[in-house]
Structure formats: structure tokens, C-alpha cells
Design a protein around this ligand. Structure first.
Ligand code: ATP
Ligand code: MG
Length: 339
């Protein structure tokens, strides 16, 4: 029997998620690569992330994706090839590929996702493209083909994508450069400003993710960093409230954009959105209090994803599994995206 493998890929600015047909599982690792002496692969994925901010100068650790689009094609190809090889226990078999793309980018940037798979030497039989917001909708268990006026807000690492879907297509979509990374930076900046303390990006991320627990227990958050004045490493308690309040501006910029999208939505669809409420997903959408603030700011009920990091990959999985949804994926073969 011919092997009819298929993969669904969601390349995120922080995490790469790959759905594998057959075992129907989702693989998730950091979309990161460590290169030694300018051209030797040293580590990739979670292993590269582990070394981040700790590696010596001859090892450069980077994300090949920037603000949702491919910035470093060569390293992105190397990552895709390595991950697919690992998922296949060391060999690569011919398979179909479904890749999610953001909507609010140029045709050239979209085509780069298609070319990436074609040129990664992963024996792609067929490469199909799916708009991320559509995949998100399917991953959130919405029957996107028959639903009208669905508002999806995906808060990722470097981006937030705000989209209105209707009848299997996208009515409006806006990609803004605010997400979990910006939240971490606001926390770092506030701790530096208020306590003369420099903390690393991973520490800031941990603070962000622990706010909910700390608020519940009434504890301060304990951070390790370097005192700017003495230059020495120190441990300090930081009021949880500072970590939360310093992200308000970032939260507001997302909420303001959601309102702008609502203003641009045709009235009939806006009525549907109002009835259903909005759908919130993406890893950083889990940050403490954001869902409530978004609900208050827009006057809409907020439906939260149960698996926010994976919802795009889950949606691509549904397209791969269910022929009824194949029509939302398309091919861009033959389209000249170069001009
Ligand atoms: N429990 C949590 N609370 C708050 N933030 C979280 C939590 N879990 C993960 N995150 C954040 O989610 C972000 C990663 O989410 P996700 O994987 O959806 O992004 P991405 O798809 O890689 O990025 P993008 O969509 O912008 O390209 C990180 O900033 C991470 O810190
Ligand atoms: Mg994402």
C-alpha cells in the first residue's frame, strides 16, 4: 500500500508545531537554531533554546522567523528538514504538506512559506497553504465553512492576529507586532527601571507565566538577575502587581486593534460576532487577566481555546483528516509571487 503521509505545519515566531497524520499527534519545539563558527549546525529546537543567553560568542542562537514571516530562509529550511527527519526516525518519506500562513502579509512573504517546504528536501508531494486564522477556527472546533462572522484573536510570541472569518474565508485580518515577547520586555524594562535589576528574557517569561498563581497566593515574585549598580548577581522579590501593571499598555494596544477590526466589520457580521462572542487563542493569550480585560474592553463574551498554543496545528490536522475541509486549503503553485 502506498504511504499517504501528511504533515501540517504552523511556524510560529517562538514555537514550531507539526501535526503528523496517522498518529495524529502534535509535535511542538522552539523554532530556534544554534550555529557554531558561522556555518556548523550546533543545536536546534528546544536544545537551542536551552542554550540561549548562555552560549559563548562563537555560537549564534536565533529565531529564523521574525514577526510571523520567514526572515532567514536557509536556517528555516534546515530546521524543517531536521524536525521532519526526527519525526520519521531518521528517514524522510514522500508526504503532503499543509502549511499555515498569516493573512496580513505580502504575497511574496506568503509564497516564501510554500517555497520553504518545496526547497527543504523533505520529499513534498504536494504543498498546500492554509490561512492561519482559518486553521485557528477549525482548531477551536468552529465549523468555519458554515459559520458567519467569527472573530478570532491569536496572541502569539511576536504577533497578534485579529481576523473576522465568514463562510470559509477571511473578511478582514490584521497582524500587529505585539505578543508574549513584548509582554516579557515590558516586565524586564519595569524591573530594570524600578529596581536597577537586569533580568534575562527567560526569567521575564517565567514571571509572566506565574502571575496568576502569585496573585492567588498573594506572594511576590522572586527573580534572579544582575544589579546594575553593584554589577553583582542578586535575588529579589518583585511585587506581582508591578509585573502585571507594566503590561497594561501592551494589552490595551491589542484591545484597541480588536475594536478597530470590529468597526471595520460589516454590520450583519458584527451582529453574528456579538451573538457568539470572540474566540481567543495563542500561547500568550493565557497571560493573567488579559481575557477579562479584552471582554470588558470590547463588550464581547470571550471563548478561550483549550489548547491555545496548538490551535492552528489542530485545525490543519482537521483539514488533513477530513475531506470536507480540504477546500479551505489552496495551492500557490504557478503563481508568480516574485513581482
Ligand atoms: N501560561 C502562559 N501564560 C502566559 N503566556 C504564555 C503561557 N504559555 C505560553 N505563553 C506564551 O506564549 C507565547 C508563545 O505562544 P505561541 O506558540 O502561540 O506563539 P508563536 O505561534 O510561536 O508566535 P507567533 O504566532 O507570534 O508567530 C510565548 O510568548 C509564551 O511566553
Ligand atoms: Mg502563532
Amino acid at each position: 500500500m502506498a504511504f499517504s503521509g501528511a504533515y501540517g505545519i504552523d511556524l510560529g515566531s517562538s514555537n514550531i508545531k507539526i501535526f503528523t497524520k496517522g498518529n495524529d499527534s502534535i509535535f511542538c519545539e522552539k523554532n530556534m537554531i544554534a550555529i557554531q563558527n558561522k556555518n556548523e549546525l550546533f543545536a536546534y529546537g528546544d536544545d537551542a533554546f536551552e542554550m540561549y543567553e548562555k552560549a559563548p560568542g562563537n555560537i549564534s542562537i536565533t529565531y529564523p522567523l521574525s514577526s510571523g514571516v520567514i526572515a532567514d530562509i536557509k536556517n528555516m529550511q534546515m530546521l524543517v528538514r531536521n524536525f521532519i527527519t526526527d519525526l520519521n526516525n531518521g528517514t524522510i518519506k514522500a508526504a503532503d504538506y499543509y502549511i499555515a500562513v498569516p493573512t496580513d502579509v505580502t504575497e511574496v512573504e506568503k509564497r516564501a512559506f510554500y517555497d520553504l517546504i518545496k526547497k527543504s528536501n523533505v520529499k513534498a508531494k504536494k504543498v498546500m497553504v492554509v490561512e492561519k486564522a482559518i486553521a485557528d477556527g477549525l482548531g477551536l472546533d468552529i465549523d468555519v465553512k458554515n459559520s458567519q462572522g467569527v472573530l478570532v484573536v491569536d496572541v502569539g510570541y511576536e504577533t497578534t492576529e485579529i481576523s473576522i472569518l465568514s463562510l470559509g474565508g477571511i473578511v478582514v485580518s490584521k497582524l500587529i507586532k505585539v505578543g508574549g515577547k513584548k509582554f516579557d520586555e515590558s516586565i524586564r524594562e519595569a524591573i530594570r527601571r524600578e529596581y536597577n535589576l537586569l533580568i534575562g528574557a527567560k526569567t521575564a517569561e517565567q514571571v509572566k507565566m506565574s502571575i496568576g498563581e502569585l496573585v492567588a497566593s498573594g506572594e511576590d515574585c522572586i527573580v534572579y538577575g544582575r544589579d546594575i549598580v553593584t554589577g553583582l548577581p542578586v535575588e529579589r522579590g518583585i511585587p506581582t502587581n508591578l509585573a502585571l501593571s507594566c503590561m497594561q499598555e501592551d494589552f490595551n494596544s491589542i484591545i484597541d486593534y480588536v475594536k478597530i477590526i470590529l468597526e471595520r466589520t460589516p454590520p450583519e457580521l458584527a451582529a453574528d460576532v456579538y451573538r457568539k462572542g470572540l474566540y481567543l487563542t495563542g500561547g500568550a493569550s493565557q497571560v493573567h487577566s488579559f481575557a477579562e480585560l479584552l471582554s470588558n474592553g470590547t463588550g464581547l463574551k470571550v471563548n478561550k481555546a483549550t489548547r491555545p498554543i496548538e490551535s492552528v496545528a489542530l485545525g490543519i490536522g482537521r483539514i488533513i483528516q477530513d475531506d470536507n475541509y480540504k477546500s479551505v486549503a489552496y495551492s500557490i503553485e504557478g503563481i508568480n509571487g516574485g513581482n
